[in-house]
Every structure is written in C-alpha cells, then in structure tokens.
Design a protein around this ligand. Structure first.
Ligand SMILES: [Zn+2]
Ligand SMILES: [Zn+2]
Length: 357
C-alpha cells in the first residue's frame, strides 16, 4: 500500500513531465546556410545591462524543457547545436543576483541546473575547494513540469545535499512536492525548506528587490502555474520604483489571461514571454487552440503598436528546438527585431535599478 501511494504519484508526475514539451517535427528550410550565428546578444537591449553593484537578473537558459539540442533529436537545429556549442541553449531559467547582500536566487530548476550553476560561478562566493552545499540562496518555482522542476533533484543527498534550501512555491505546487518522491524525501531529509507563496502576494528577496508570483493559465495536470514579477529597489531620492520584469516561460495563449496581458505589461519595464513556438508552420495539422502556448508571430502582432509607443520591452524565451527564431539570422528572428522586440539569450543581464528607465 505504501509502495503504491508513493510510486504511483511519482509515475504520474514523470509522465506529465515528459509530456510537457509538445513533440513537434522540425520545420525545414528556415535555417540559413553560412557563418555560425550563435545565440547572439542583441545590441538593441544593451541599455538594460546592470551598472556596478546594481541588483540584476541573469538569464541562465532560453530553451524549452527538452533543451537545444533537444534530447534525442537529430533535426537540423539540434545537429547544429551539437556541432556549434554557441548555437546551443540551456533550458529556461533565471537568476536574481543581489550583490548588496551577496545572495543569488534561481527562478526555476530545470534539467540543465548543473550548467546553470556553472554560469553563476562569477557571482558566487567560492566554497573553498569542496562541494558548495549552498550554491544558491533559494529557488522560486513557476510550475511542476520537467524543464522547471527536475533540476531541483540535484540539491538532494546524492549530489549537492543542501541544508534547508528555501523553495518558494504556490500552495498547490507545494502540496504536489510534499506528496511525491523525490521532493517529499528531500523535504523529510531537510535538503529543502518549502515556503508557500500565494499568487499575488509580494515578498522581499533582499537588496530592496521584491518578487510576486502571478497565476497564469497553463496545462495544470499537477499543481498550478505562475509567472514571476521581479521589481528592483526604489530610487532613494525620488521614490521611483526600480525596473520591473515579468517572467512568463510557460502559459496558454494570451486569450485566456485574466487580467489581460496588456494590463500586466503596463506594470513592468521588461517582459520575457513564452516563445515556445514561432508559428503554426512548426506544427502541421494542429490548430492554434490545441497548442497550449501563444505563438510568437501572433504575440508580435498583438504587441507591435504598444512596444513601438514605449510600452514594456518584450523578449521571447523558452524556445522549442523547432522554433526558427533560435537562429538570430532566421527570417523569424528578423521579423521579431523589426517589431522592436527580441529573443533573449543565455547570459543576458537586466539591471533592476531605476537608472535608465
Ligand atoms: Zn516549459
Ligand atoms: Zn530538434
């Protein structure tokens, strides 16, 4: 009985996690021959870079749950990503870096977590020659799917073996973690310390930075899903709020958002939005309603005039391996840039101070 109550939920979780990345055939012909382009920094967003000592967000990965190269895929972009490491993208995640209090927090813990931690080596205090049992100061989760949760297992006994690492999750997601191995065992052993964060309620991360989980619609087979709003410290002289960022790696189409996307964008300066698929060309035989993600091409049209008139800056993340926009030289990436938007890149940094807004 004990076996079935523990193992069956685990199997269910794994099956749902495996289903997170909607399998899709590679679209052909979108890649261009020529020089390797890599995951290029977009100079149009250079003004977002942090100043010295300023708290900032670092983008640790920009690929959908299966990665780029996508696991077990020999499609053209995945072959290229294996051949050219600069073309590869880690699974989607962010770090919030708080130099004033020497703290680093992760948003999501996907399967590329070891590489995410490597990408933070320059902002972490070295552990002194051994395993750093506290490589980050906390994790904020969006939801329970593979690309956002699986890496949390690296904090367990077999690897980092953290001690009471604070993990923020909605009450519904926290219930899933408490009920299912391996998270339940990691909680029992004290590797993790769950902190329930109800959607809509902000809290401080340190250095004057606040975080707020915001409920978003997504395939919620287990738990629920949130976006994260991260807001920098207010300007001391004027009280003006710091730069605010909206992070939405996974969501259903914008039509099902309440309040509407535009209302959320009015509250922030920068948004990293679900860019899993560029268009229906990647998904032959599927209709928009069944995809479960907004399509970049449609999001661009929806937000074009708002961005052009000085609304929040918009970048796309969580790109599937089928998405032509993973290549900065593709027509898709060009169309995004021409609309004043961009594709986030691994290593991108966004300052959270009020300067430059
Ligand atoms: Zn995902
Ligand atoms: Zn592929």
């Amino acid at each position: 009985m004990a076996y079935s109550t523990r193992v069956l939920p685990l199997l269910a979780t794994l099956l749902f996690a495996l289903a997170c990345g909607v399998p899709s055939p590679e679209s052909t012909g979108a890649d261009r021959d020529g020089e390797p382009a890599g995951v290029a920094a977009d100079r149009a967003f250079a003004d977002l870079a942090p100043g010295p000592g300023e708290p900032f967000v670092r983008v640790l990965g920009t690929a959908q749950d299966g990665g780029l190269p996508h696991v077990a895929c020999s499609g053209p972009r995945c072959v290229r990503a294996r051949r050219e490491p600069a073309f590869a993208r880690r699974t989607a995640a962010l770090a919030v870096v708080l130099p004033g209090v020497d703290r680093v927090l992760l948003i999501d813990a996907g399967p590329d977590l070891p590489e995410h931690l490597e990408a933070l080596a320059d902002v972490r205090t070295p552990a002194g020659g051994g395993v750093d049992r506290a490589p980050v100061d906390g994790v904020l989760l969006t939801h329970a799917h593979l690309g956002h949760l699986a890496g949390l297992a690296f904090f367990g006994y077999e690897a980092v073996s953290t001690r009471e690492l604070p993990v923020r999750a909605t009450p519904a997601l926290a219930a899933v973690l408490r009920a299912n191995y391996p998270w339940s065992l990691m909680l029992e052993r004290g590797n993790l310390a769950l902190v329930e964060s109800p959607p809509g309620r902000p809290f401080g991360l340190g250095d004057g930075v606040t975080a707020t989980p915001l409920r978003v619609p997504h395939r919620d087979e287990v738990g629920d899903t949130v976006a994260w709003r991260i807001e920098g410290p207010p300007e001391p002289a004027t009280g003006e709020r710091g730069r605010a960022l909206l992070y939405v790696p996974d969501t259903d189409g914008w039509e099902s958002w309440e309040p509407p996307l535009e209302e959320r964008l009015a509250e922030v300066d920068v948004a990293l939005l679900d860019g899993t698929f560029y268009s229906l060309d990647e998904l032959p035989g599927r209709d928009v309603a069944s995809i479960g993600h907004p399509l970049i091409a449609r999001t661009v049209e929806r937000l074009r005039s708002r961005v052009a008139t000085g609304g929040a800056r918009v970048l796309f993340t969580h790109l599937n391996h089928s998405n032509p926009a993973v290549d900065p030289r593709s027509d898709a990436a060009r169309a995004i840039r021409e609309a004043g938007m961009g594709v986030a890149w691994d290593g991108m940094e966004i300052g959270l101070g009020s300067a430059g807004r």
